[in-house]
Design a protein around this ligand. Structure first.
Ligand SMILES: *Cc1c(COP(=O)(O)O)cnc(C)c1O
Length: 552
């Protein structure tokens, strides 16, 4: 046998067999099992896999493609090793960010396409997996109050991608013909809240609008866009003759779970179209990548409360529902199943209320002669991507089917209950102030102060009066130091891993306010871990008092 044929024989064993071969199939499954077993060995009481040592990225430059082949077994070991140091998002001692632990059907939704590799660019290359995309789009559209017979949507590469679609559509609406001619003359603007995600800026700059054409409207203390300022800014722009490509309502801000008033924004938009006799309707997008999941409460009976949530939870869920139930008033919506839908990355979809809108960005058939020769479902005619993985839709389908409305209500209700418990404890603490008391999600922002600070009075003063700028900075630093202490303790297995935001908002005089952040996403979270956060803060405060040197 020639040398290459020998290698080929070995390589063939490293692929799933095209025709069922039970012995080999068992070996394939066993390889997966071995890898998972190895990961399991990296678990401890600590919310981290293996150990969390610093990674020396300069070592990466020494990596090269070797001459010789390796075995599946040895490569598997190396891949698993790369998980060392990862936070375990599903650990009850981890309250870090809006990163969910994926559920098992969500994981299968990624594993299966990884084996059979559907490309949902077209129906030909993905068949039933393309159908899964169509199903999830319909299911979610209906959940959010869109009419699935009229609406449309498509999976894309993240929440950022959903904003890119929204702004792209909005540009075409405000300045028809840009798909063909490009943009010339006055650049249209994007308007969003100051608490909007920076992905608004990413999308606007990548689309050639430029960062300075993203207009951020200040937010109120409850982290929603200030409507009166939105109105005056829109009027100013329209009076100047500027075109508005997109108004983005953030439905669940990243740090604070602030919810814009979509109902009134829609009313304002419609009124201005009429008043200024606009020949286009500025596109209204709901960036609901976090908030969409609360749509399961649209038809929850808050009076009977069949799931028997505690009163405080019920109030929090009703408060969120009060805003989220208006999602259907937006022209388009962004959804991240990989945030509040318990699917693994990347699982995000863009929705339009009116599928006809997608025609605005559809390519001419003549540009893609080698594609779409058969089938009815060809989103590749308008998607930004060419190849698209089936894992987004299949994972979302897995998660949605597993949970149904009851499961998602249960899980979100539990996370909110835990967050409410934490808020209660933090608010009762004389040295702590909760910074987003009016936001009812799973995230709690809080600031901790040294003993001598009056936490009833001071948070308001530092927020509003420039005379307190020095002390604001001093306490920003104090919270940073506390964060380092809490973090290092948590990595040793006591306490809880939380996170910190460098600027959850700005003061009235334009300075960043640092806050500690607890984002509860684990189904395994429970009372004792909430208590552990408070205890860890107390220990860190005592340490800081003893060694004020850490303070700098
Ligand atoms: C996370 C987030 C985004 C960006 O989404 P990705 O999926 O990370 O690309 C956009 N908007 C908001 C409000 C977010 O929280």
């Amino acid at each position: 046998m020639s040398a290459y044929r020998e290698y080929l024989e070995t390589l063939r064993r490293a692929f799933p067999q095209p025709v069922s071969d039970q012995e080999h199939d068992a070996w394939f499954v066993f390889s997966v099992l071995r890898a998972l077993d190895r990961v399991d060995g990296m678990k401890s009481q600590c919310p981290v896999l293996g150990d969390a040592r610093e990674i020396d990225f300069s070592l990466a430059t020494q990596s090269v493609v070797t001459e010789e082949m390796r075995t599946v077994e040895s490569v598997s070991r190396e891949l698993v090793d790369h998980l060392s140091g990862m936070f375990i998002w599903g650990h009850p001692r981890s309250q870090i960010n809006v990163i969910p632990p994926p559920c098992i059907p969500g994981i299968l939704g990624t594993l299966l396409p990884a084996i059979y590799n559907p490309n949902i660019c077209s129906e030909e290359a993905s068949r039933g997996v393309a159908f899964a995309e169509a199903e999830v789009i319909s299911m979610t559209a209906a959940l959010m109050g869109y009419d699935p017979a009229r609406s449309g949507g498509v999976f894309t590469f993240g929440g950022t991608g959903t904003l890119l679609y929204a702004i792209r559509l909005g540009i075409e609406k405000a300045v028809p013909g840009t798909l063909q001619n490009g943009l010339a003359g006055e650049i249209p603007v994007v308007v969003c809240s100051g608490q909007g995600h920076y992905a608004n800026k990413t999308a606007a700059s990548w689309l050639g609008l430029g960062l300075r054409n993203v207009i951020a409207i200040p937010s109120a203390p409850d982290n929603q866009i200030r409507l009166c300022l939105l109105e005056s800014e829109l009027r100013r722009l329209l009076k100047e003759g500027r075109k508005i490509a997109c108004i983005v309502a953030t439905m669940g801000t990243t740090d604070a779970f602030g919810l814009d008033n979509l109902e009134q924004i829609r009313e304002l938009r419609d009124q201005l179209v009429h008043e200024f006799s606009l020949d286009y309707v500025p596109h209204l997008h709901a960036d609901a990548v976090i908030g969409w999941a609360w749509s399961v409460f649209r038809d929850y009976d808050f009076t009977l409360n069949p799931l028997q949530f505690p009163d405080r939870t019920l109030r929090a869920l009703a408060g969120t529902n009060h805003r989220v139930r208006h999602l259907n008033l937006a022209d388009s919506i962004g959804v991240d199943y990989h945030k509040t839908g318990f699917a693994p990355y990347i699982s995000s979809a863009f929705f339009v209320r009116d599928a006809e809108d997608l025609r605005l960005i559809t390519r001419d058939q003549s540009t893609t002669p080698y594609l779409f020769q058969s089938g009815h479902y060809n989103p590749g005619r308008f998607t930004l991507e060419t190849s698209r993985s089936g894992s987004g839709p299949l994972s979302a389908l897995g998660a949605l089917r597993l949970m149904g409305k009851t499961g998602l209500r249960t899980l979100l209700g539990h996370l909110v209950t835990m967050a409410e418990t934490l808020r209660n404890r933090l608010s009762a603490h004389p040295a702590i102030s909760v910074m987003n008391p009016e936001n009812f999600g799973p995230v709690t922002l809080f600031r901790v102060y040294p003993d001598d600070v009056d936490t009833f009075e001071f948070p308001r003063l530092e927020q509003n009066e420039a005379a307190f700028a020095d002390r604001l900075h001093q306490y920003n630093e104090y919270n940073r130091s506390l964060f380092r202490l809490i973090q290092s303790e948590a990595l040793q297995g006591d306490g809880v891993v939380i996170s910190m935001t460098d600027r959850y908002r700005e003061t009235e005089y334009g300075q960043p306010v640092v806050a500690l952040k607890s984002y509860i996403m684990s189904p395994f979270s429970d009372q004792q871990y909430v208590q552990a956060v408070v205890e860890s803060i107390d220990r860190a405060r005592v340490k800081l008092k003893a060694e004020p040197m850490i303070h700098g």
